[in-house]
Design a protein around this ligand. Structure first.
Ligand code: C2E
Ligand code: MG
Ligand code: MG
Ligand code: MG
Length: 291
């Protein structure tokens, strides 16, 4: 990006550089600094098993808290980090933090899964599987307690290469989850070929439940397809009891959403888990009795 200006004169800034590029460079610099200064943190959002109403997993969600700007959403900075390539460093850091945190839950007798978002660029790194293997080995977290969230589009480009990678990861014992299901451009064929463990129904389909007939039809279809293929179903963005009841009625397996909790700082999430551990599972109290 350093361009020549005249003989032997180099300058970083070029007037013809677009404002967009400039602000992206500034943003990458700011992200780097935020990570160094401890302004980035991994938060955890509970994933609830609908039948038992127990937290059985947590999604790791990155948070950037700037002293002046406040909390900056990953929906804003992750796409920019993907453009600059910095997302590779961010994702690697989040993975490591998340695995360490899961080890703490396990050490305290609260064994739940941790689910980590992986962007396309990170998933495509030639050394990704190798790094994943060493993160697991160094932490001693059994692989089955880790899940990786991918979007459908990741599997479309270089499909064969990506399929191989998915198989390698599944062989490690790590779960593979399709995020934002239903919003991507996909041919669904990967679902029969690849060892996918879970599908997360995008919140745009959950929002209209239970009243919107179209959303209900789509969600029901995704769930029944998932069942037939032996893939577990998570509903994202569940905010109301009615939405949760609709998902339960359609036999979805898990939900995530503000109805239970937003993503919480690690310490607060641990307290939440601890509180759950002192309560009996919901199904023991139900009239049906234990199953
Ligand atoms: P996602 O993976 O689909 O995560 C779900 C998003 O929905 C999160 O937004 C979460 O806070 C939000 N959410 C959860 N429950 C509800 C609800 O009941 N209602 C509503 N309206 N929203 C809910 P968040 O944390 O802002 O993250 C946005 C996206 O940024 C994520 O979407 C994910 O694609 C990406 N992201 C977050 N952390 C990471 C990361 O560490 N690495 C990568 N590559 N991407 C990340
Ligand atoms: Mg996700
Ligand atoms: Mg999602
Ligand atoms: Mg997403």
């Amino acid at each position: 990006r350093v361009k020549e200006r005249g003989r032997g004169n180099f300058s970083f800034y070029q007037p013809q550089m677009s404002a967009g590029l400039l602000s992206r460079m500034k943003l990458e610099h700011a992200m780097r600094q935020a990570l160094d200064k401890g302004h980035m943190a991994v938060y955890f959002q509970p994933q609830v098993h609908i039948q038992s109403q127990r937290i059985v997993a947590a999604e790791a969600l990155l948070r950037w808290t700037d002293p002046e700007l406040g909390v900056i959403s990953p929906a804003v900075f992750i796409p920019l980090a993907e453009e600059s390539g910095y997302v590779v460093a961010l994702d690697a850091w989040v993975l490591e933090q998340s695995v360490q945190e899961a080890v703490r839950w396990h050490a305290r007798g609260m064994p739940i899964k941790v689910s980590v978002n992986v962007s396309a660029l990170e998933f495509r790194q030639p050394d990704f599987v190798e790094r994943l293997t060493s993160v697991l080995k160094n932490s001693a977290l059994p692989a089955q307690w880790l899940e990786l969230e991918l979007t459908e589009s990741i599997l479309l480009q270089d499909a064969q290469e990506m399929a191989m990678r998915v198989h390698q990861i599944a062989e490690l014992g790590v779960g593979l989850v399709i995020d934002d299901f239903g919003t991507g451009y996909s041919n669904l064929a990967y679902l029969k070929k690849l060892p996918i463990s879970k599908i997360k129904i995008d919140q745009s389909f959950v929002r209209g439940l239970p009243y919107q007939a179209e959303d209900k039809a789509i969600v029901a279809a995704i769930i029944s397809m998932g069942k037939a293929l032996g893939v577990e179903i998570v509903a994202e963005g569940v905010e109301t009891e009615q939405q949760c009841a609709a998902i339960a009625q359609m036999h979805g397996d898990y939900f995530q959403g503000y109805l239970c909790s937003p993503a919480l700082p690690a310490e607060q999430f641990r307290q939440r888990l601890q509180a759950q551990n002192h309560l009996p599972p919901a199904h023991l109290e139900s009239v049906d009795g234990p199953r």
